[in-house]
Design a protein around this ligand. Structure first.
Ligand code: GLA
Length: 375
């Protein structure tokens, strides 16, 4: 169906379990959240694209066919925020999908840079805009993969598929389990009587992208080590923890620690799925705490403020589990909380965090939502 104007909403995501495993062929458990990038768009008669970032008060125009050098119509470099829509348009054209000229106004109620994938939501949202204007249609998994590829090749972040997948394929009221090797996915209900609470530490780190790419290279180094013994090893997914432990002393200590997190996290997700299927909220929450310790001590992507949020949540009534979510180095924690304790949990966690850090966390309950779509 071809549409000339409309509004697309594209959700951020929170990951419940399976952190830093999506670029190691592991299984992840994200949910799209009810916070969105909102894009109002309309077709224009010329072939250029004009974007207005309402939250920043900035505008940018470019020619979709002149995006390889990452410049705007006036020849200036594209601003950081415009790299995401530009990257998508550049990649859709690589696939010979027609992109029409349009004008769009975007606004986000997903906190930016907080580990809730506002950038993936922008990518997926603009892919849906181009789809509606161009009158073509892709299945949501293919759309997510084209967005991920744009992030690798245009933006320069070697991310996994989880964020774009969650934003494209989210299911209301469900976690969506994705096997990043087979690309099979299915919705899994949240344990009964529980709610997801997100706590934004409000801390933002700048070097996240380079640290992310470095972790990814460490994982590849560990895989190469095992592949030299057994050529069938393709990813850390292929290593049982017991086998991996034999590499201690053979790999540089940092590489060993980082890869150890991944190998154990992949095993934890297997157990988590069994617990979810048995509606075992307490068991699942216990694994969330384990994941946080592993991200802090082994993968080394936490910050003291995130640790404070997790430790403080653990002491509050009704909290089943808490951990940092997303890439780390700042951003948010995700908490699983019994419904009846939500109000007290949100209020107390905020107070304790302020006393301990002097900062004001942004804490809110969220419901898993449907993936990006036209309203
Ligand atoms: C970022 C990436 C994802 C994933 C997470 C960590 O959000 O974009 O692909 O690797 O970090 O789990």
């Amino acid at each position: 169906m071809v549409i000339d104007r409309g509004r697309v909403i594209s959700p951020g995501r929170v990951n419940l379990l399976g952190e830093h495993v999506d670029y190691n062929d592991g299984v992840v458990l994200p949910a799209a959240i009810d916070r969105y990038i909102n894009i109002h768009f309309h077709r224009t008669t010329d072939k250029s694209v004009t974007l207005y970032a309402r939250d920043l008060g900035e505008e940018c125009s470019f020619d979709p066919r002149q995006l390889a050098n990452k410049t705007a119509l006036d020849g200036s470099p594209l601003p950081g925020w415009a790299m995401y829509p530009a990257g998508i348009i550049w990649n859709l054209l690589n696939y010979d999908l027609p992109v029409e000229g349009f004008s769009a106004d975007l606004h986000s109620d997903i906190p930016i840079g907080a580990g809730l994938s506002s950038s993936a939501a922008v990518e997926v949202g603009f892919a849906v805009v181009c789809e509606a204007l161009g009158g073509w249609e892709l299945d949501r998994m293919t759309l997510a993969r084209i967005c991920q590829e744009a992030e690798h090749e245009y933006v320069g972040v070697n991310c996994g598929l989880m964020d774009q997948f969650a934003s494209a394929c989210g299911v209301a009221n469900h976690i969506v389990m994705l096997d990043t090797r087979s690309l099979l996915f299915r919705p899994v209900p949240l344990p009964s009587d529980t709610v997801i609470v997100i706590a934004d530490s409000t801390l933002r780190r700048t070097l996240v992208n380079s640290a992310y790419n470095e972790r990814r290279m460490d994982c590849e180094q560990a895989v190469a080590h095992f592949r030299s013994r057994d050529p069938s090893i393709r990813a850390l997914r292929d290593l049982a923890p017991e086998w991996f432990y034999t590499a201690e002393g053979e790999l540089p200590p940092g590489v060993y620690r980082h890869a150890l997190h991944v190998v154990e996290e992949i095993a934890r997700v297997d157990e988590a799925i069994r617990l979810l299927e048995n509606n075992d909220a307490e068991g699942f929450g216990g694994l969330m705490f384990e994941t946080h310790r592993s991200l802090r001590d082994l993968y080394e992507v936490s910050l003291p403020e995130l640790d404070i949020l997790v430790e403080s949540a653990a002491g509050l009534e009704g909290c089943l589990g808490a951990r940092l979510t997303g890439a780390g180095f700042g951003g948010c924690t995700v908490n699983l909380v019994y419904k009846e304790h939500i109000d007290n949990f949100v209020a107390r966690l905020g107070e304790i965090y302020t006393v301990k850090t002097g900062l004001q966390a942004q804490i809110f309950a969220t419901m898993p939502s449907k993936g990006a779509h036209i309203l």
